[in-house]
Design a protein around this ligand. Structure first.
Ligand code: UT7
Length: 309
């Protein structure tokens, strides 16, 4: 168990709100179907913003709420599968925009929709090892250009956005995680060129509703805590029905699972980061509280992490 605390938070959205009716005007779907099957009512697309624009805004919010400047950061991880460029990394682009110090370690982490759990896990390990003092971990995605807008099975689900946390070592803090990868590139993926996300929705649904509860139970057993010791749960925002099912299987009141998928859609690696930032902003997460976050997605990757605020 690592002594980590969250010091700052921030988030950003795409510039265009896209409603279910907007999508129904483009593809054979309906507001009723999308709401009933996913819980999504609207989402944001980044029409005039790059991934770096959103990541930068989230990062600046996290530095501001932490009372820090970019020079205080020595580890910058951006969790994304949709960087603006193949190289340099999104992290290098954002480091340049923020004006971080030259001896920073800046790199992207691609864990798909588990990306933020993967990134925080890597950051926590480096903070505890002493190879970094303060980490800026950002989940940021611009997925809208990677979707086939004629494919109603995927284009209704994904969206754009970014969330960021400043993490630092604190002996009174707490961080623990469990992660995994069950390699399979057929169920869910996105080609490198001429990209369009492909997904077998039902297989991902089955994977998520079995793997995520198991991951949460394994995590709680690892730290010797009971599900009732956890103040809030945050699941990757992929489908409200998946979150309902996870809450049922873990045996926790659904009210303790925070959601924003209704107006944010599925922002992959950004989803957990945006949720945590919103919760901090609303004052839902107070010092001493415990939050468990879980992700699942292409890879197939999965992960769950526990943080003490
Ligand atoms: O973050 C990455 C992880 N991804 C996920 O977690 C996604 C997990 N999966 C899901 O959320 C669900 O599988 C979906 C919401 C994507 C789809 O729901 P489903 O109940 O699994 O639908 P389905 O793919 O089994 O399709 C059922 C029917 C089909 O029609 P027929 O063949 O039965 O006539 C589809 O063609 O629903 C049809 N359909 C749609 N109808 C209206 C599929 N997409 C749509 C749509 N609007 N957008």
């Amino acid at each position: 168990m690592a002594g980590i605390r969250i010091r700052g938070y921030g988030y950003a959205h795409g510039d265009k709100v896209v409603t279910n009716d907007d999508l129904a005007a483009m593809v054979d779907t309906s507001d009723a179907w999308i709401r009933e099957k996913t819980g999504i009512v609207s989402r944001h697309f980044a029409e005039h913003r790059s991934n770096a624009d959103m990541a930068q805004e989230a990062a600046e919010g996290a530095l501001r709420t932490a009372g820090l400047t970019a020079e205080d950061i020595d580890l910058l991880l951006i969790c994304t599968f949709t960087p603006d460029l193949a190289t340099p990394s999104l992290a290098c682009q954002v480091a340049g925009r923020l004006g971080t110090k030259p001896d920073i370690l800046a790199m992207d982490v691609n864990g798909a929709c588990s990306g933020f759990v993967y990134g925080c896990t890597a950051a926590a390990a480096m903070l505890v090892a002493g190879s970094a003092r303060r980490a800026l971990v950002i989940g940021s995605e611009k997925i809208s250009p990677m979707m086939d807008m004629n494919d109603r099975r995927t284009c209704i689900l994904f969206a754009d956005g970014a969330g960021a946390l400043v993490m630092e070592y604190d002996e009174n803090g707490l961080f623990e995680s469990v992660t995994g990868c069950l390699p399979d590139d057929q169920i869910l993926g996105c080609p490198r060129f001429d990209p369009a996300i492909y997904m077998s929705g039902q297989e991902v649904y089955r994977f998520a509703t079995s793997q995520v509860p198991e991951a949460i139970e394994t995590l709680l057993a690892k730290v010797g805590m009971d599900r009732e010791d956890i103040d809030y749960y945050v699941c990757h925002q992929a489908n409200l029905r998946i979150i309902d099912s996870v809450a049922r299987r873990v045996g926790v009141d659904r009210k303790r699972f925070y959601t924003n998928i209704e107006t944010t859609g599925n922002t992959s690696a950004a989803s957990v980061a945006i949720c945590l930032s919103e919760m901090m902003e609303k004052g839902l997460l107070q010092p001493g509280m415990h939050v468990v976050c879980a992700g699942f997605g292409a890879g197939l990757t999965w992960g769950a992490m526990l943080m003490r605020i």
